[in-house]
Design a protein around this ligand. Sequence first.
Ligand code: FAD
Length: 356
Amino acid sequence: MTSTPGAAPIETDAVIVGAGPVGLFQAFELGLLEIRAHIVDSLAVPGGQCVELYADKPIYDIPGIQVLTGRELTANLLKQIEPFKVPMHLNQEVTRVAKRTDGRFDVETSGGTCFVAKTVLVAGGVGSFQPRQLKVEGLEKLRPEQVCYRIPEPAQCAGKKLLIVGGGDEALDAAIQCSSPGSNGAAGVALVHRRDSFNAQLTSIARLGQLREQGAVQFIAGQVAAIEAAAGRLSAVMVLGADGQTRRVAADIVLVRMGVSPKLGPIADWGLALERKQIAVDTEKFETSTPGIFAVGDVNTYPGKKKLILCGFHEAALAAFGVARYVFPEQAIQLQYTTTSTRLHKLLGVNPPTLP
Ligand SMILES: Cc1cc2nc3c(=O)[nH]c(=O)nc-3n(C[C@H](O)[C@H](O)[C@H](O)COP(=O)(O)OP(=O)(O)OC[C@H]3O[C@@H](n4cnc5c(N)ncnc54)[C@H](O)[C@@H]3O)c2cc1C
């Protein structure tokens, strides 16, 4: 959903900051309580870490589902919230949240969308994803297509020598993907990591081993110490090896895959009590130090907190009841089962057979 800059603010019951798995499930739990919500995410697609970091890897600890990938979980969650028609504002970061005199919140995004919301639910995970930067002199002067942090499009790689930096899943996935036959037509793929051991899935490490044996990936143990470039064009990277030797590795593109650094970003400026860069919440309703602002999922902290999707789902269920106190202050909110409640069936647009 896009917004028109300068348009009147959108009035809503709740704004969910973050479309990761917990933000998406939060929308479902709010929907069951008939609380109108909008979701905002700085990324172009929903799914948070599940899609950004491990889209095609298996998850085995979602209750009742033996195995599914990060992408499949996201698709299922999106399907689950369909009945509530929750507007999603992607590609825009929530930059400002401020309490109004009427008790509601002004919420603004980098895309110019403004909300007036009764409540805010921060489901910002590790924050806006910021790839860990490779700090080498002169790198910043190269064009973005010569130093990239995402796997380049095939057309950009064709006939080029690609040098990948990193030793985790992201780096190995990139090396495997870019060196596989018919993938992107790169003229060569080199992988540079501090040492010849990797912090990645065993299957990926095994596949990389095969590709190294076949000569499809050249591995160099060491650190990028300098670049060689003339007239803004990269020609090689100097790698300082663990043996103290510096090697020149020809390269047209440096692909940095050193993981993402957790950056809370603007969330840190909203006046919420933080503990070690996470938002402190109670464990009854997952409310923050500012009444009316809740925090769920990886972004929050409390005694015993575990950064697991299922924990975030539990938090979202209880936070929804906390939000309901602001949205329907006159009503006592009853817990209803989706199995038996005809009201919930109507909301979900389902018509199950009558139980015997
Ligand atoms: C490799 C890997 C494997 C994992 N495997 C498992 C597993 O098997 N089981 C399990 O339970 N957990 C697993 N996890 C952890 C799990 O992915 C997280 O617990 C989960 O993603 C947290 O969900 P979330 O919605 O709280 O946050 P996230 O998934 O981090 O999503 C947060 C979203 O908020 C957005 N955002 C942040 N700040 C703003 C802002 N200011 N404005 C707009 N948007 C914003 C971000 O762009 C992001 O999309 C794994 C994690 C990794 C890295």
